[in-house]
Design a protein around this ligand. Structure first.
Ligand SMILES: [Zn+2]
Length: 72
């Protein structure tokens, strides 16, 4: 058990995150770089749209999938 439950990145939101939004700002980041935001069910769309209209959004992945190690 852990108290370090990931929390939604939306401003003022304290809900447990269930989604990971992977994004990249081509003006600031190399193409391979991924920044991540966490989102609860409610804010996934809002945050995706915020990144999407700027062309930053690369991936939206369920947190459980994101955290599950792929071989590490
Ligand atoms: Zn939220």
């Amino acid at each position: 058990m852990s108290d370090e439950t990931p929390i939604c990145s939306a401003k003022g939101c304290r809900v447990d995150a269930v989604w990971v939004l992977a994004w990249n700002n081509p003006k600031l980041h190399t193409p391979q770089r991924r920044k991540t935001w966490l989102a609860c069910e409610e804010h996934r769309e809002h945050l995706s749209q915020f990144l999407g209209v700027r062309g930053f959004l690369k991936d939206v992945v369920p947190l459980k999938e994101w955290e599950s190690p792929e071989g590490a």
